[in-house]
Write a protein that binds this ligand. Sequence first.
Ligand code: BES
Ligand code: MN
Ligand code: ZN
Length: 458
Amino acid sequence: MPFVSRKNSQSIALKLVTREALQNQKKRSSEHDWLKTNGFEGKPGTTCFVPKQAQGQVRLFVGVKESKKLGDEIWDLAGLPKQLPKGRYHIENHFSPEKATKIATGWALGEYQFSKHKKYAKCEAELVWPANADRAEVNRLAGGITITRDLINLPANDLGPLELADAAKKMAKAYRASVTVIKGKELLNKNYPSVHAVGRASSRAPCLIDLQWGKRSSPKITLVGKGVCFDSGGLDIKPASGMLNMKKDMGGAAQVLGLAHMIMDAGLSIRLRVLIPAVENAISGDAFRPRDVLQTRKGITVEVGNTDAEGRLILSDALTEASKDKPEMIIDFATLTGAARVAVGTDLPALFCNNDKLAQTIIEFGLKNNDPVWRLPLWEGYKHLIESNVADLSSTGSTPFGGAITAALFLENFIEGDIPWAHIDLMAYNTRARPGRPEGGEAQAIRGLYAMLKAKFG
Ligand code: BES
Ligand code: MN
Ligand code: ZN
């Protein structure tokens, strides 16, 4: 537990300062001389211990960013838990509840380490709960994000489709949600032909995970997550470099489970449904092939352009089912295309949305919470790129150009009528370590979306 409730006589004060505030300080003190001698200028990410002064105590100065436009404070202290010596620390600054909650969340995440298969030194710095922090909210956010990261970081030999279903069941039990799992051949009887076609080559059976929670009378929100536990590319096999990180191809599923945790733990007034098509895109004599024509749950026939475009196929059946009970909103998360990463890079999830008002709200909450997304268009003019001569749709664009858009346009075919729908094409992975965000699985866009749902249904 990275927090304690009260100070003791030894606890060290953390003093958060910006470079600007330090420079503008008029009064000089021996403390400032010490900082100067040690070359501490308040640069974000730097720290400086100051020994006990005449009437004071040991203080640790922590440099933080001046501009707070992006709600940056969440990561202000996130580097410290792994860096500070054993001891008790408390924050000297006075912060608003919102800010205190963010800073404490960053501290909690600063301890994160995926340690299933390797033991790491424990973080031994404890933070006294900042006065105004909403402790339950901190635990909820850090808890959800930890679930997301852990699921992504689990190697594919530890996490196949049914293990992913187990994770959903475990969460459901904690919040008295219900889960049904349709698996293997049953997917055919229950009309999920695309999920089955993509997943059948693996010795680990594919499944459709369906979690439901909350009062039936509450507004319905449905989350859908791509759960490809490993993406070899299928018969259109990926090169080694492209396959290396494909344990993270269930990153969409991990986001929706992390977000579901936050929603259920907060008890939002929502009727929540989480749908996860879970498969391994493997290679065997039974694998689906390029130019196969697949049936979908909706009845739309799809010609397979490339077996590596598997995510959109399994999502098509899940989105059809999501549309069935006419929810207020459908949000899907998927590590869907390399093209989205080329377009906006690894840190910015691409947002596609059929509703301008919803898109604007998602963008605003993302920015406010340092959890940004960037909108790309559902450009109608590219619809011809996913036409097929032999089926209703082709699974791949006839050109790789605009690949994130053609993938999103493909999905749009499975959204019923005018249900507001947001599709988030994301990396779900830190390619480099930053304070509080080690290399590996990452929660993206769910803090912003949770804040949006809380504002509306809290
Ligand atoms: N899971 C990948 C997309 C991906 C790759 C996401 C790297 C993030 C990082 C997806 O299943 C895929 O392979 N997509 C293909 C589609 C193509 C064959 C139309 C791609 O993006 O190359
Ligand atoms: Mn693929
Ligand atoms: Zn994939």
